[in-house]
Write a protein that binds this ligand. Structure first.
Ligand code: ZN
Length: 427
């Protein structure tokens, strides 16, 4: 049993609906077998648990483990290509790299690089966009199990409009996916997600096969892309002439429910927003990717007004890194700049989007997302080097919201001094 004595920031209540930052300068989190069994003052904690080891973290700021709701495993080596819109970027930068994961040795290296980047940035839970090859997905699951990451991922499927090595068939996608589900879903902290790449590269029959997997395997998740780019949306309408809009391609296939996360949704119509709210499907907002590919301004205000769940994703490799701090501040920048009038965001909104909202999108908020009693101890300690600008900013901050704003403005993976998942230190 451990008592973590720390300065703790989290957002158990939603700042978008009147909640605010919860900040405690000196609080004790009593952790037993990975679970926070008490959140109290240090005197009460040590009296109640005299044999527990006290770990003093007050030289940093402890926040909940960060949650990345959209990040591509095969694309770590594709980060940083500049100056291309989505479809050109896919063909020239991302897909040639994704083809290389047919080689298990290559996939093993990429899995290690990917998970190092993710965990090193303080991400403790993630919806990971997998690979087109079942063996590469199996490799990722195995490595994530060793490291203890709370990860949902799956086999990416497509049957058209991509290079031939990345294509599958309905039958093959069903059998390979089911084998991965049987092997990994529910093991360790791992869950499976049906993952059609997007409706531009997945026809109605292949999407329907994903819906069949969801019906056959209650509790598995779904992830894909939605309304990222105007050329993409026009292409989807050609592949799916019977669908009323992009979202409807997934809806017709039985792929929309509260375990569904759809990345981007930069250009939704009102019907799509209403239907997402109705089904409980979440949007993963990926602002550095939207900026890099010039996809557009994410209509955050319309999502919130429609009642759609929104969380943050890095979208590596179109997004330019694994840092959820950078993603948070970029979300803030884009809302500031949106010519249609963005949603003003405080630092509490950014922390909520990067933690609790992600837990809700992943349907994990009974376990993680904040550091309340009863939750698992997934946490990140931010402790910048003494004298560096982030340290100066936090030391001289006007109040805790201001200190948190400095953290999002200047925090990098180098400032993360500790990461715990289920009470286990992983960095
Ligand atoms: Zn993506």
């Amino acid at each position: 049993m451990y008592i973590y004595r720390a300065r703790v920031f989290d957002t158990p209540t939603n700042p978008f609906t009147g909640g605010q930052l919860r900040s405690d300068t000196d609080i004790a989190l009593v952790v037993d077998d990975g679970k926070i069994i008490a959140r109290t003052d240090i005197g009460t904690a040590t009296t109640a648990h005299p044999d527990a080891e006290v770990i003093d973290l007050r030289d940093g700021i402890l926040i909940p483990g960060l949650i990345d709701t959209h990040v591509h495993y095969p694309q770590i080596r594709a980060i940083g290509h500049l100056g291309k819109p989505l479809l050109e970027w896919l063909n020239e930068c991302a897909l040639p790299e994704e083809e290389k994961l047919v080689d298990d040795a290559y996939a093993r290296n990429v899995a290690d690089e990917f998970l190092t980047g993710l965990i090193g940035s303080g991400t403790t839970s993630a919806m990971v966009f997998g690979a087109h090859f079942a063996s590469a997905v199996d490799i990722l699951f195995a490595r994530a199990a060793e490291l203890g990451l709370r990860m949902t991922t799956g086999l990416v499927t497509s049957d058209r409009n991509l290079p031939e090595p990345l294509l599958t068939t309905v039958d093959r996608s069903l059998s390979e996916s089911q084998q991965l589900i049987d092997r990994w879903h529910g093991q360790s902290r791992l869950r499976y997600a049906v993952t059609p790449r997007f409706s531009l590269s997945a026809g109605p029959e292949l999407l329907a096969a994903g819906g069949q997997l969801v019906r056959d395997n209650p509790g598995i998740s779904v992830t894909s892309h939605l309304n990222e780019n105007h050329d993409e949306i026009a292409g989807v309408a050609q592949v799916h002439p019977q669908a009323q809009d992009y979202l409807d391609t997934y809806d017709k296939a039985g792929l929309l429910d509260r375990n569904t996360i759809l990345a981007h949704n930069v250009h939704p119509n009102d019907r799509e927003l209403a239907r997402m709210a109705e089904t409980g499907a979440a949007a993963a907002h990926c602002p550095t990717s939207n900026s890099a590919l010039a996809s557009g301004f994410f209509p955050l205000r319309r999502h919130i007004e429609a009642g759609v769940k929104v969380a943050l994703g890095t979208d590596v490799g179109a997004g330019n890194g694994f840092s959820m701090f950078k993603e948070g501040v970029q979300a803030y920048f884009m809302q500031q700049l949106d010519p249609n009038g963005g949603q003003p965001l405080t630092s509490a909104h950014l922390l909520h989007l990067a933690t609790k909202a992600g837990a809700q999108a992943l349907d994990l908020d009974d376990k993680v997302g904040d550091l309340s009693e009863g939750k698992r101890f997934d946490a990140v300690l931010v402790r910048p080097t003494t004298g560096q600008p982030l340290d100066v900013g936090i030391t001289n901050a006007a109040d805790d919201e201001d200190a948190l704003a400095k953290l999002f403005a200047m925090g990098t993976p180098a400032d993360i001094a500790g990461v715990w998942i289920d009470g286990q230190p992983v960095k």
